[in-house]
Design a protein around this ligand. Structure first.
Ligand code: ZN
Ligand code: ZN
Length: 246
């Protein structure tokens, strides 16, 4: 056995790869153990470019948005849901690493990454940021930007005020519910540029659409949407007591 191989084996013995979620040693040296493995929720690459869902589940029927395309690596269910909750609500910020890597990979598969000038995120209000301490979409967007070798600017958009109980709103109300709550403070930073807008979970897409609209109205050339997970119709419409925006 050659020296580097031996060193590698020794290293794995002494410092075996551990699951980033639960800390168990992973058999194949990967990021996740079999329980925390997200592959069961993976959206196949043959997905609708407008809503991000697999073509057989596409609910948008080709409806146009202000973003050019939207993609996401996962459905919001099962182990993905558990991991997002850990990331969002239980302060496990280090989950950003593996999660943003999946997003960056999906962007490389589905978008023309060379076109993108800047990566940004759906913003929090100051109050939300004080309460949580971090904006999970901002952390993901930063990770995506780093993985894709693109600049990140988390301040292209500002959220002016909170809206509550997004989750329980009827779909029809939700587009109106987010209207006017986002603002572009420095239009010169978006003018003529292609923006990659990141969020954690897409439900109806109203938030992404409204943010994209504001970027376009302020002169952005094109906006692409990238989410970690898409809540399929069942997940989005059951009115569970969970504040999506929060
Ligand atoms: Zn695990
Ligand atoms: Zn669709």
């Amino acid at each position: 056995m050659r020296a580097p191989e031996l060193a590698g084996r020794l290293k794995r013995l002494l410092f075996p790869a551990r699951c980033v979620v639960c800390g168990k040693v992973t058999p194949d040296g990967g990021d996740f153990c079999s329980i925390c493995d997200l592959s069961g929720e993976y959206i196949s690459a043959d997905c609708c470019e407008l809503c991000g869902e697999e073509k057989k589940n596409c609910a948008c029927k080709g409806r146009k948005n202000h973003f050019e395309k939207l993609c996401a690596p996962f459905y919001y269910r099962g182990s993905v849901k558990e991991m997002v909750r850990n990331f969002k609500f239980r302060g496990k910020q280090w989950l950003r690493e593996p999660l943003s890597r999946y997003m960056a990979e999906r962007a490389e598969e589905k978008l023309n990454v060379q076109e993108i000038d800047v990566v940004t995120c759906v913003p929090f209000t100051k109050k939300q940021l004080r309460r949580r301490g971090y904006n999970q979409s901002g952390l993901l967007a930063e990770g995506v930007a780093r993985d894709l070798g693109l600049p990140f600017d988390g301040e292209l958009l500002v959220k002016l005020y909170d809206i509550n109980a997004q989750h329980s709103m009827a779909k029809a109300n939700r587009a109106g519910n987010v209207m006017g709550i986002f603002h572009v403070p420095c239009p010169e930073k978006v003018r003529g540029r292609t923006v990659l807008l990141c969020d954690d979970i897409k439900t109806t897409g109203a938030t992404l659409d409204e943010c994209s609209k504001m970027l376009i109205l302020n002169g952005a050339y094109k906006v692409y949407g990238l989410c970690l997970a898409v809540a399929g119709r069942n997940e989005a419409g059951n009115g569970r007591q969970e504040n999506w925006q929060d």
